[in-house]
Design a binder for this molecule. Sequence first.
Ligand code: FAD
Length: 495
Amino acid sequence: MPAITGQEFLDRLRQNPPTLYIDGQRVEDPTTHLATRNMAHSLAGLYDLQNQPDLRDVLTYEENGQRYATSFMVPRTKEDLAKLGESHRIRANFSLGFLGRAPDYMNANVMAAGMGADYFASCTASGEGKRDFAANMRRYYEFVRNNDLCLTHALTNPQVNRAKMASEMPDPYIALGVVEETEEGVIVRGARMMATLPIADEILVFPSTVLKENADKSRYAMGFALPCNAPGLSFQCREPFDVGRDPEDHPLGSRFDEQDAFVIFDDVLVPWERVFLLYDVELANKAYAATDAVLHMAYQVVNLKVAKTEAFLGTAQSIVNAIGSGQFQHVQSKVAEIIVMLEIMKALEVAARDGATLNKYGVMTPARGPLDAARNYYPAVYARLPELLQYLGASGIIMMPSKADREGPLGPQIAKYLQAGNATAEERLKLFRLAWDMSMSSFGGRQSLYEKFFFGDPVRMHSALYEVYNKGPYVDRIQAFLNRSEKPQQEEVTA
Ligand SMILES: Cc1cc2nc3c(=O)[nH]c(=O)nc-3n(C[C@H](O)[C@H](O)[C@H](O)COP(=O)(O)OP(=O)(O)OC[C@H]3O[C@@H](n4cnc5c(N)ncnc54)[C@H](O)[C@@H]3O)c2cc1C
């Protein structure tokens, strides 16, 4: 059932619910639970988009007589990459870019890992018949694509003591580790710190990119996938931001609370066919880079952030239009700041696509330089976007009677006093509530944290960029300049 509909997604989720806990209680059915149902239906809306006649050609592609979601497509040409980028942006616009982990993100991951599956063949624990990790990875990509699954992922260990290695914690199984091997697979125990979008079919588990262990062989080095309702697996969700308010009052939080969960593995069996990597620290640390999964995920991200920045620009200018502040120079300058960020992100997307090359697995892979720049730049500047909305909206971004207030006894006064220069009070309040949910609500606050860390610790990402970036030619040019010996022209002095 490739390229599924929203209803098919909801039916599957209802039949196989992930093991979620919220406020001390098990979520029996995420499609009806108060804290998750709207998000589940938003995901369904995303799946419906790909079946919409006017979007079907962009959001799906055909292979062997089947139509699959474009985000699973293996790009072979730059035109393929352009189609992928367009599909990412269309899907991002559905949530104004506020769904960080829509399924396309992990689809890009499994596509690249599946194409680069040979990388996993060299794993020290691989190569013995059922432990053909390369074949497992390849088949997993096809399985996820063929069923149009929704994936979450968890890479980092619990934040107990960052001065210590996983093996030095008070308990060897605080960090997720292998307990033993059995005929059926490996038993894993421990926890992972964060999985956004636990309202998913499957979880992909790899180590965070830099696993610090002294040994070559480590119980903490692993890569595998499981259904989100595997026995022994639980997701402890954070406090929900969808608190049952009308979408007019909480336009984003009531629709797109993708949730973040702490993931607990209580002696979970990972069947051998779901194991992609085991014990090999070096292989684990380089997996994302070696398969180019990091670049394909970053390409989804740069498109998503373009959509998100466009949403900030549209909201900022709508506020300016509403309250007639566009004549003031500093207001123009603030909107211009957003335009600059948007154009930088758009240019980095174009540069990544333009500089794409075929990787050794035959996948057209966007250029690393612009994507590294985008994933370092955006986390550094994002905080300015909600701040600019606050400066532009001022008191309007907090003085926002609700829909119920508008319909209550003070409705006529609200309609009179809170109208805008170019809009009714209802239109104005809807707009300012959107600005508030983007920048100030608990939903908006979580977005600010998310943008700082979603692709890793910005400090270590900078260090990684410093390490890999080829600075040599520029150093050489400066050396050559410093070594130049020509003398300045002397003007002849004539009497
Ligand atoms: C909202 C949100 C959603 C997320 N979603 C996901 C997800 O879906 N899947 C997933 O796998 N992860 C997810 N993450 C986790 C994200 O990958 C991590 O936040 C990020 O890698 C940083 O790790 P940490 O949070 O454990 O911070 P820590 O590593 O605990 O860092 C805490 C502080 O200590 C500093 N620090 C720690 N160690 C070092 C060091 N060695 N060198 C220099 N400074 C150091 C950091 O710079 C930081 O200031 C999410 C995070 C957030 C906030």
